[in-house]
Design a protein around this ligand. Sequence first.
Ligand SMILES: [Zn+2]
Length: 137
Amino acid sequence: MHEPPFVRDREANERLLARECQSCGFVAFPEFRAVCKRCGERDQWDDVRLQERGVVQSYVVQQRLPDEFETPLPLGIVDVPQEGEGEPARVYGLFTETTPDEMDVGMEVVADFRTVFELSGLPVHSFKFKRSRGDRL
Ligand SMILES: [Zn+2]
């Protein structure tokens, strides 16, 4: 078992930028497309910023994965609020520092942004969720 090497990088906060559809309010994160997948409007996006926390809506615990992954590995759907008004982004994400026993619908989590690997010498930033432990917010 091994964890991929990572360094904390506050510049990864740029990954908290999402886009909100001006027509229907859908929040796209992290993938951006020209066409809103909810209402079909094209190029009607405003930039919005997400908070570094969210609430678990659903989850599974992956038990069998390729050797390079540590198992069991929770994977969840988390509603991540915007900094301002509007709908939350619904975000799929892996969990870290959270045991399967701790996973629960409605659980508050924090988003932990980090460099997950390097691609052609450039750091690739991504995030994992982890259980919110009051003293670490
Ligand atoms: Zn839309």
